[in-house]
Ligand binder design. Structure first.
Ligand code: ATP
Ligand code: MG
Length: 241
């Protein structure tokens, strides 16, 4: 029997602002096996990004437990968490976080560099090839199209061959045809030993996942295996009623 790459149970998170408290996650449970592609859907503001940040150890939940590749996330020091992320996790952020002062290759190299790891030109070239950006290492990211910028963000997350790739709306700002090719690339990143956990608004994309988590009112009552677009549409509509 294979062990899950990620397990999360009872994840709760409340944001406190000066005026308000927003109870975003109210007890989320999830387990992801090697080779799986899991999509997370839910209306805007339902807590998808918050959940993804908690799952990958970038944001501390108020309670609950998470383990990544058999290692507990809670109770770890910041340095231990950074090491866990460095060794096992890749993240494609909702707002890409590319640095316009750096060229494509240096953007791809940056997280490894910050973790004190040297990525050779050959490694960077190979990953740029994998995402279809051959020979573009010296381009400024400002000069790229939306789809190309998204590919840089994916290349950066893939450079260290993460066990779990987390992606927050990787196709959100792309036209349908570019979104299709980026999704093709995202799916190719899933190997028998690794997993992809992706937030998306696009139900057509969500149904191509192995399982879909529907986030509603801070809980994930519905975790569906190969649902139809109609099923997901109904569930995501219900929560708006
Ligand atoms: N740092 C924060 N401080 C206070 N409230 C926050 C913070 N981050 C998010 N929120 C609130 O928590 C809720 C969930 O936010 P989150 O970004 O996780 O939603 P989301 O499902 O990813 O939305 P979208 O689909 O628009 O990206 C929202 O109501 C948001 O306003
Ligand atoms: Mg979000």
């Amino acid at each position: 029997m294979t062990s899950p790459l990620l397990t999360a149970s009872g994840i709760r998170k409340t944001y406190h602002t000066r005026k308000d408290r927003v109870e975003v996650l109210r007890g989320i449970n999830l387990s992801v096996d090697p080779g799986e592609f899991v999509a997370i859907v839910g209306r805007s503001g339902s807590g998808k990004s918050t959940l993804l940040y908690c799952l990958c150890g970038l944001l501390k939940p108020d309670s609950g437990s998470i383990s990544i590749c058999g290692q507990h996330v809670m109770g770890q020091s910041n340095a231990q968490l950074a090491r866990l992320r460095r060794d096992h996790v890749g993240f494609v952020f909702q707002d890409l976080n590319l640095i316009s002062a750096l060229n494509v290759a240096d953007n791809v190299r940056l997280p490894a560099k910050m973790a004190g790891i040297h990525a050779s030109n050959g490694q960077v070239d190979a990953i740029l090839h994998q995402v279809g950006l051959d020979g573009m290492g010296h381009e400024r990211t400002d000069n790229l199209s939306g789809g190309q910028r998204q590919r840089v963000a994916i290349a950066r997350a893939l450079l260290r061959r993460p066990d779990i790739l987390f992606a927050d709306e990787p196709t959100g700002s792309l036209d349908p045809s570019t979104a299709r090719s980026v999704m093709h690339l995202m799916r190719q990143t899933v190997t028998p030993g690794s997993a992809l956990i992706m937030v998306t608004h696009d139900l057509e994309i969500a149904v191509t996942a192995d399982r879909v988590v529907v986030l509603s009112n801070g809980i994930s009552n519905d975790v569906l295996t190969h649902p139809t677009v109609e099923q997901l549409f109904e569930l995501t509509q219900e929560e708006n009623d």
